[in-house]
Each structure stands twice: as structure tokens, then as C-alpha cells.
Design a protein around this ligand. Structure first.
Ligand SMILES: Cc1ncc(COP(=O)(O)O)c(C=O)c1O
Length: 402
């Protein structure tokens, strides 16, 4: 299948058939363990959840809650939760296998740096996952090699180098960088810390996804009741699957309807929903939403999303800058928010759905609906943010602090 650029959002209802994947693919104890570990890390603080009441009124919805991941561990995105945790788990496994008596926290507080230095961690990334891995590897003392594709911005490459990673730029797309990282790791005895899973490679991406559970657990204390809808953006689907699974574990019967939103230029989950099986799409053009530029769904993510998703949507490139601006220069008393290009896809989906009667009806979206979106990144590339939005006051503040 081929990804196509269009001018309008697309959506179809995918009648979910909830079964046990939310528990068997990502078991509750795995989430619990990840959350218990990550909240002890130096620099941990829950991210805010903003109530965008003026926007909700404007869209004729009950509420829009925006979980703002821009401050996560000072790294700018929710990805800080996944790669670093999975790196710690792998280092613990490998050092234990080699006969060293170290605990997970020996690794995460840096007490096992000398031992970790013998291990090389590698990954492909379009920015945020690599930043998380580079940060974790730096903290724990492991060597880190990050593979990026030709369209990854210089700003994002530099951010990973500054965290101590060796960055290798290739001449292909994201999926090609995933394959190269895999091949070189195999040839050299390095370890892949990937946020996507494939046949036979599930343990580490499972840890990455378990780390994302922190956001959902924080929301339990931040929302008075479960949201009715969760619009969440998809790259390989790890984020969407993790939040869908943890939402069901936390909220049970009252779990929100899950709407997965992708750029139309990289809609592999949408294609999978249409065919009913995990389906890849060829990326012909890079989307502005760099973190979502993935053509192959994660195997584990698809197993969950196939059961949990109510609707799949795509949003066009033309929506990116307007939604970023809407958050930077909000209506009424809404909080000004600095949202990067990949942060806004879910919210772009909310706007598209709320403005069409047919889609409102299909999704049971109305004045009583409490919609949750995850603002997955801040201005992770300030130059791109500046080009698309200009320097909004909130962005200036964030960039000063970066
Ligand atoms: C900011 C941002 N949002 C969303 C995603 C999508 O996550 P996933 O690839 O797990 O679907 C990414 C992935 O890199 C990202 O960087």
C-alpha cells in the first residue's frame, strides 16, 4: 500500500472486539513495575493536564483535556519514559546474565557505570526515542549509537549528540534506519533498544511501552472521571497501544473510546485497520509530523489496537501549523501550550471529528463528551517550531529553560 497526501481528514469506524490483548500483550505487572521504577528517577515530576475549556465550547464538546508531555524529564517528549527504562531493563538482564550482582536501581542511579560501559545500545529513531535512549545510556554509563534517516532535522541529531550518542545518518527512510540498526547490532554484538516490535523481538519494546504507562497513571489523579474519548496519534502504534491497554486496566468498563490518528502520509495503522491485518505502507513523502513518520506498525501494538480501537483517522499536513498556533495563542482563558508537530495529531483529529455531524454521530461525540488528547512533545526542534508558529510567548519561556 502507498501513503497518499490529501486535503482533508479521513475516518472509518473499526468495530472493536475487545478481548485480552490489553492484558496478555502488556500485562498489568509490567506496567506497575515500570511506573514504580520511573517515578523514583531523579528529575521525575508528573506532567500537567490542561483543561482547554474555551476550545471545548468552540467545538461543542464537554471537555478537552490536554496531557502536556513537553516537560518530561527535560527531554521535551513522552518518549523519555520508554527508551531509557527499556535500556535499564536490558542492561540489568545482560549484567545479571554475565554473573554481576546488580539491581535495576544500581543501574538507574549510575552505581553500575563501569559495568554498563561494556555494553553498546543502538536504535533507529526520528528523534524523540533516540533522545530518550541517549539520555538513559548517558545516565547509566552505556555506549549508544543512534541511526537516523535522511530527513531527520539537524537540530534533532545535535540534541542526541549532545547527550553523548554517536549519530549515524543514512540515505534512506525511517524503516531503512530500523533495518540497518538491527543488522549492525547483530554483526557487532550490540543491543537494539527499539520502540517497535517484530516477530521474535518483543521484550524490549514491551518495556518501552510499559514506561508510557506513567502518563495514564498520572491521569488517574488528574482527571475527576475517566474520559469518554481518547484521540491518540500513531507512529508505529506503541504509544496508542500502551495508553489504550493501560486505560482499560485502570478504568475497566469506563475506558474511553480509542481513536487512532495518523498523518495521511504515514498511515500504516489506518491501513491495518482497513485490511484487518498488520499492513505496511510505503512512505513516498516525509510528513511534517516527524515522530509519526513510520510505515510499519509494531507487531505488539497492532495486536492491542486491533482489539481496542473504535476508529482510525488520518489528518492532512495542512492541519499541523494551524493547530500548533491554536495551542500557542489560545482562546479565552485556556492555557497557552507549546506543542511540537507530532504532538498535535490527536487534537487535529478531534477538530476534524467534532466539526462533522456524521462523525460526531459515529463516535458518539457530544456536549457531554470528555475528550483526552496527549500532547506528546513540546518544541523538540525549536527552528521548525519557530518556522511554523513563530515564537509564541510560552515557547520562548520553554526554550529559555531547555
Ligand atoms: C512526539 C511523538 N508523538 C507520537 C509518537 C508516536 O509513537 P509511536 O511510534 O509509538 O506510535 C512519536 C514517536 O516517535 C513521537 O515522537
Amino acid at each position: 500500500m502507498c501513503a497518499k497526501n490529501s486535503n482533508t481528514a479521513q475516518m472509518f469506524i473499526h468495530t472493536p472486539t475487545p478481548d485480552q490483548a490489553f492484558e496478555t500483550v502488556l500485562p498489568k505487572p509490567e506496567f506497575d513495575a515500570a511506573v514504580a521504577e520511573i517515578v523514583t528517577w531523579e528529575g521525575y515530576a508528573p506532567t500537567s493536564c490542561n483543561n482547554l475549556s474555551a476550545m471545548a465550547v468552540d467545538l461543542n464538546l464537554g471537555a478537552i483535556h490536554y496531557k502536556d508531555e513537553s516537560s518530561r524529564f527535560g527531554l521535551g517528549s513522552f518518549k523519555a519514559l520508554g527508551g531509557a527504562y527499556a535500556a535499564a531493563k536490558l542492561l540489568h538482564r545482560e549484567l545479571s546474565k554475565a554473573g554481576h550482582d546488580v539491581s535495576l536501581s544500581d543501574i538507574t542511579v549510575g552505581r553500575a557505570r563501569n559495568l554498563c560501559a561494556k555494553v553498546t545500545l543502538v536504535s533507529a529513531t526520528d528523534g524523540n526515542h533516540g533522545r530518550s535512549l541517549a539520555w538513559g545510556a548517558g545516565r547509566f554509563g552505556a555506549a549508544c549509537r543512534i541511526y537516523i534517516h535522511k530527513e531527520v532535522s539537524e537540530g534533532r541529531a545535535l540534541a542526541m549528540e549532545e547527550l553523548g550518542a554517536t549519530v549515524i545518518r543514512i540515505d534512506g527512510d525511517y524503516d531503512a534506519s530500523v533495518h540497518l540498526a538491527r543488522d549492525e547490532a547483530e554483526a557487532n554484538g550490540w543491543f537494539v533498544i527499539s520502540d517497535t516490535s517484530w516477530e521474535g523481538y518483543r521484550e524490549t519494546p514491551g518495556h518501552v511501552m510499559a514506561g508510557y504507562g506513567v502518563m495514564m497513571d498520572e491521569l488517574q489523579g488528574q482527571l475527576a472521571e475517566a474520559p469518554t474519548h481518547l484521540f491518540v496519534q500513531g507512529g508505529v502504534g506503541g504509544l496508542a497501544a500502551a495508553v489504550a491497554a493501560r486505560a482499560r486496566q485502570n478504568w475497566g468498563e469506563t475506558t474511553p473510546k480509542i481513536v487512532v490518528v495518523e498523518p495521511d502520509l504515514a498511515a500504516c495503522l489506518y491501513a491495518s485497520g482497513q485490511t484487518g491485518v498488520r499492513t505496511s505502507v510505503a512512505l513516498e513523502e516525509e510528513t511534517l509530523m516527524a515522530g509519526l513518520s513510520c510505515g510499519e506498525p509494531s507487531e505488539m501494538a497492532w495486536e492491542i489496537l486491533n482489539e481496542e480501537t473504535t476508529a482510525f483517522m488520518t489528518v492532512p499536513e495542512s492541519q499541523v501549523a494551524p493547530i500548533m498556533r491554536l495551542l500557542a495563542y489560545p482562546q479565552g482563558q485556556d492555557q497557552a501550550i507549546t506543542a511540537g508537530e507530532s504532538a498535535i495529531a490527536g487534537l487535529a483529529g478531534v477538530h476534524a471529528a467534532a466539526q462533522q455531524d456524521e462523525w460526531r454521530k459515529a463516535l458518539e461525540l457530544g456536549r457531554e463528551s470528555r475528550v483526552l488528547v496527549i500532547g506528546t512533545e513540546g518544541a523538540t526542534d525549536p527552528a521548525i517550531y519557530n518556522r511554523l508558529v513563530g515564537l509564541a510567548p510560552c515557547a520562548e519561556k520553554q526554550m529559555e529553560g531547555a
